[in-house]
Each structure stands twice: as structure tokens, then as C-alpha cells.
Design a protein around this ligand. Structure first.
Ligand SMILES: NC(=O)c1ccc[n+]([C@@H]2O[C@H](COP(=O)([O-])OP(=O)(O)OC[C@H]3O[C@@H](n4cnc5c(N)ncnc54)[C@H](OP(=O)(O)O)[C@@H]3O)[C@@H](O)[C@H]2O)c1
Length: 269
């Protein structure tokens, strides 16, 4: 029975992983979430009768994560696929350039540290704690959901100024993925970062008119980069594409430590 552990499974792309993976009852699907009762109720309502287990797991809580690993070990001897999807996508820094954010130094520092703590440190602890179970799995694939917003060439060529703390944290995590790969490739573990594309998970729901105007400017740049881009894709489209990339990703094909998109290449949109 293939086993999957997905962090940040309460909503957005993470919940969609639960939905698609649990469509096959032969899969053991484990969602790590911060609010277990709420997600359990959502699963019971939207995905009744599926082979889904919800376990508490805030990735910034090391001892809590240890307990989550122990809970997963009660369900399965090994983890085939660990999907590090949870992240902070900060609304505070999502719209302005780094120089403008720096005019509020305390807030910027808080946002940078929080983004780093969740999106980098949390995932590093997650990987190290789950490694013994991944070693015992068959597939041995550790996937980080990263972002094309962390591609330095893309940022520089198209002047993508907003969301600096987020982009910096995702770029840091891409380096962490490569470091884990460098150490554990010899054990047959594939570490890979996959960007999901621009996905409609409601991030702009609470934006002011001014913020939306900034978002439109960024999307115009996206269209220059990818003239065929016509807006965000659905979580369903994104996860289906990511799962295809995960299936075909292989150390032998050169994917160890790689940073790719939902197309399996460097085309982010
Ligand atoms: N949507 C996009 O366009 C897009 C583009 C590029 C990359 N991505 C990446 O794709 C992934 C999912 O994005 P999304 O749009 O689905 O995000 P989302 O809707 O904001 O959901 C984020 C998820 O992460 C969880 N989370 C946040 N902090 C956590 C913590 N400390 N411990 C455990 N879980 C935590 C949230 O749980 P709570 O419900 O408890 O808050 C939630 O389940 C993220 O890694 C994101 O960076 C998304």
C-alpha cells in the first residue's frame, strides 16, 4: 500500500493532495495539520469513507512533529512519499517591493524571520524527523512544494519585486532540498522541489484595491514571461500535474535535488 504524508493538508493545494491521492483506496494518505478537529470535520464532509488519516503537526513545533512521526509509524512501517506543502504565504509582504517593505523595518524583520522559520527551518526538521520512515519506504521520495517566485533569473529578468520574504525563504528551501539530496542520494532518497504554478487558493481574497492593483501589475509581468498565461490554475489542475512530475521523478534521470515546475521543467507558468 503506497503511503503519503502531506503537510499543510487543511486547505488549498494540501487538501487537494488529500482528495486526489485518496481517490485510490489502496493509498494510505496522511495529512498533517495544525487544527486536527476542523480538518477531520472537513474530510468527513467532503471526502467521506476515504483512507485518510489526519494527524496534528505544526511544522514549527519540533516536539509536536516527533509525536506526529510516532503517530504515522503506528499506521505504516515506512513512508513512500513525504510532501512538504505547508508554508507561510505572507499577505503583509505580498504586494510591495523590498525597498518599500524596508520602510517598516520591524515588520519586515518579523516577516522575514517568520517566513524562514516555517518555510525553511520547519521543513528541515520535518525531513530529519521523517527520514527513518522514508528510508523504510519503497518509493523514497521527499517532495517540497516550492515556488517559481524563488527563481533568481525569473526575478531579475522580469523585475518581480513583491513578496521578497516569501521568495527568499523558498530559495533557501531550494538550497536545503539540494543539501538533503547531496547527503542522502546515496541511500536512494530523491529530494526534489516542485513549484505548483500560480494556483487559485484564495490568497487575494482580503486584498485592498491598492493591493489588487499591485497584483495586477505582477500578473502583467507573468504574461510577458508566458504570453499564453491566462490566470491562475485550479488546485485540481496543479496537483494533478505535480503528481505526474512526482511519478516520473527519478534520481537516475537527474532529478536529485532539482527545482522544477508542475511541468517538470523550468517553465513556471
Ligand atoms: N497558491 C499558489 O499560487 C502557490 C504558488 C507557488 C507556490 N505555492 C506553494 O504551494 C504550497 C501550498 O500553497 P497554498 O496556496 O495551498 O497555501 P495556503 O492555502 O495558504 O495553505 C497553506 C497551508 O500551510 C499550512 N501551514 C501554515 N503554517 C504552518 C505551520 N507552521 N505548520 C503546519 N502547517 C502550516 C496552513 O495551515 P492552516 O490552515 O493551519 O493555516 C495551510 O494548510 C505552499 O508551499 C506555497 O508556498 C503556492
Amino acid at each position: 500500500m503506497p503511503s503519503y504524508v502531506i503537510t499543510g493538508a487543511s486547505r488549498g493545494i494540501g487538501f487537494e493532495f488529500l482528495r486526489q491521492l485518496s481517490a485510490d483506496n489502496a493509498n494510505l494518505v496522511v495529512g498533517l495539520v495544525r487544527d486536527k478537529p476542523t480538518t477531520e470535520a472537513k474530510v468527513a464532509k467532503e471526502l467521506p469513507g476515504r483512507n485518510i488519516h489526519i494527524i496534528e503537526g505544526d511544522i514549527t513545533d519540533y516536539d509536536g512533529l516527533k509525536k506526529a512521526v510516532a503517530e504515522v509509524a503506528k499506521l505504516t512501517d515506512g513512508v513512500d512519499y513525504l510532501i512538504a506543502n505547508a508554508a507561510v504565504v505572507s499577505p503583509w509582504s505580498a504586494y510591495d517591493g523590498i525597498g518599500d517593505l524596508a520602510q517598516s523595518p520591524k515588520e519586515l524583520e518579523k516577516d522575514l524571520v517568520e517566513s524562514f522559520k516555517v518555510n525553511v527551518v520547519g521543513n528541515i526538521h520535518l525531513f530529519s524527523l521523517f527520514l527513518p520512515l522514508v528510508m523504510k519506504g519503497n518509493a523514497k521520495k521527499v517532495i517540497t512544494i516550492t515556488s517559481g517566485m524563488a527563481d533568481i533569473e525569473f526575478i531579475s529578468t522580469y523585475d518581480i519585486a513583491p513578496a521578497a520574504p516569501y521568495s527568499i525563504s523558498k530559495a533557501g528551501m531550494n538550497a536545503a532540498v539540494a543539501k538533503f539530496s547531496a547527503q542522502y542520494k546515496k541511500d536512494g532518497i530523491l529530494f526534489i522541489g516542485i513549484s505548483p504554478g500560480m494556483v487559485d487558493t484564495g490568497h487575494y481574497g482580503n486584498a485592498t484595491e491598492e493591493q489588487l492593483a499591485e497584483a495586477v501589475k505582477m500578473v502583467q509581468k507573468f504574461s510577458t514571461y508566458a504570453p499564453f498565461f491566462n490566470g491562475p490554475i485550479t488546485p485540481e489542475e496543479s496537483v494533478s500535474a505535480i503528481l505526474d512530475v512526482i511519478t516520473h521523478a527519478d534520481i537516475k534521470k537527474g532529478h536529485a535535488g532539482a527545482f522544477v515546475s508542475h511541468y517538470g521543467n523550468k517553465q513556471w507558468l
